[in-house]
Design a protein around this ligand. Structure first.
Ligand SMILES: O=C1O[C@H](COP(=O)(O)O)[C@@H](O)[C@H](O)[C@H]1O
Length: 267
C-alpha cells in the first residue's frame, strides 16, 4: 500500500507491506530507480546507508535482476552513522554492510567511504567531513541549493524504538548541531557509546531520504513521528527528518505501522 501525504509541507510517502519479502522488493526497486536516475543525471550515485536491521532488508539487491542491472561502478557509498570501533568489530556498521552487501556486489572499493577507525570519535567525525568535502568539490556528491550542505542522492535510515535515526538520539545535543556536517557522540544511550553521525542539516539536504522500519517494537515511534499527535508528545529525532526540497519515503511492515492513526492511512 503506497500513500502520499499531499497536504503535508514535507513530500512524504508511506509504503506499508504485509510481507517482508514485498518490502524488500519494493525497497530494491526504489533504490534501483534512484540509482538509475542519478547516474543518468550526474554520472554517479551517492548513497549513505545506516547500520542495524536495514542491511538485512537490502538483501534483494544481491538477487536478479538488481545484481545485474545496477550500475555498481557508479555507486559512492557513505555511512549516515558509524560506531567508532575497528572495522572488523561486530558493532561496526561498515562490517555489517561489507559482509551483508558490499563484498557481494561489484562496488569499486575506493568508492566505499568508511570512517577512520584509528582515531577518537571527534577526529573521526572531522576526518569524515573532510572526505565528504573533497567529494563535494569534485561533484561526486552534489551540493544543496538551499544550504551549504552536501546533497546525497539517497540516505537510507533505520529507526530505533526510542525514535533515533543515524546516531541522533532523543534529547541529545547532537540534534541541535547546525554548523558541521558530521558530528560525534561519546555517550550514546545505545552501545557502543562512541559514534559519528550525519547532522540533521545534512540528512535534510538529501534528494531522497528513506526511513525503513520493521517490527512492533518501533510502532510507537512510527506513530509519534507520522501521526498528528499534538504538542503533548515528545518530538523524537525521526520527526525532525524533513527534507528541505527532497522526498521522504517510509518503508514499513504491518507491525511497524500497527499504531498509525487511520487518518494517516487514508491520505
Ligand atoms: O545503532 C543504530 O541503530 C539504528 C537502528 O538499528 P536497528 O537495528 O534497530 O534497525 C541504526 O539505523 C543505526 O545505523 C545504528 O547505528
Amino acid at each position: 500500500m503506497a500513500l502520499s501525504d499531499g497536504d503535508n509541507k514535507i513530500r512524504r510517502e508511506l509504503r506499508i507491506h504485509e510481507r517482508l519479502d514485498d518490502l524488500r522488493a519494493d525497497l530494491a526497486d526504489y533504490i534501483a530507480e534512484i540509482s538509475d536516475a542519478s547516474v543518468q543525471a550526474r554520472g554517479v550515485f551517492s548513497i549513505a546507508i545506516s547500520g542495524g536491521s536495514l542491511i538485512g532488508l537490502l538483501g534483494k539487491l544481491l538477487e536478479a535482476p538488481y545484481n545485474k542491472i545496477m550500475d555498481w561502478s557508479k555507486w559512492y557509498v557513505f555511512w549516515a552513522d558509524e560506531r567508532v570501533v575497528a572495522k572488523d568489530h561486530a558493532d561496526s556498521n561498515y562490517k555489517l554492510a561489507r559482509d551483508g552487501l558490499l563484498s557481494k556486489v561489484p562496488v569499486i572499493s575506493s568508492h566505499v567511504n568508511s570512517i577512520n577507525d584509528s582515531v577518537s570519535a571527534e577526529e573521526a567525525a572531522d576526518d569524515y567531513e573532510f572526505v565528504i568535502r573533497q567529494l563535494v568539490k569534485t561533484r561526486v556528491v552534489s551540493v544543496s541549493e538551499v544550504s551549504d550542505c552536501p546533497k546525497f542522492d539517497l540516505i537510507l535510515l533505520g529507526l530505533g524504538p526510542d525514535g533515533h535515526v543515524a546516531s541522533l538520539f532523543p534529547n541529545h545535543s547532537a540534534l541541535n548541531e547546525r554548523e558541521v556536517w558530521v558530528t560525534f557522540v561519546t555517550d550514546s544511550p545505545k552501545p557502543p557509546p562512541e559514534r559519528i553521525t550525519f547532522t540533521l542539516p545534512v540528512i535534510n539536504s538529501a534528494s531522497n531520504v528513506a526511513v525503513v522500519v520493521t517490527g512492533d517494537s518501533k510502532a510507537e515511534a512510527v506513530h509519534l513521528a507520522i501521526d498528528d499527535v499534538g504538542p503533548d508528545y515528545p518530538v523524537i529525532p525521526v520527526k525532525m527528518v524533513q527534507p528541505a526540497t527532497g522526498k521522504l519515503v517510509w518503508f514499513l511492515d504491518n507491525l511497524a505501522a500497527s499504531k498509525l492513526d487511520d487518518s494517516s492511512l487514508i491520505k
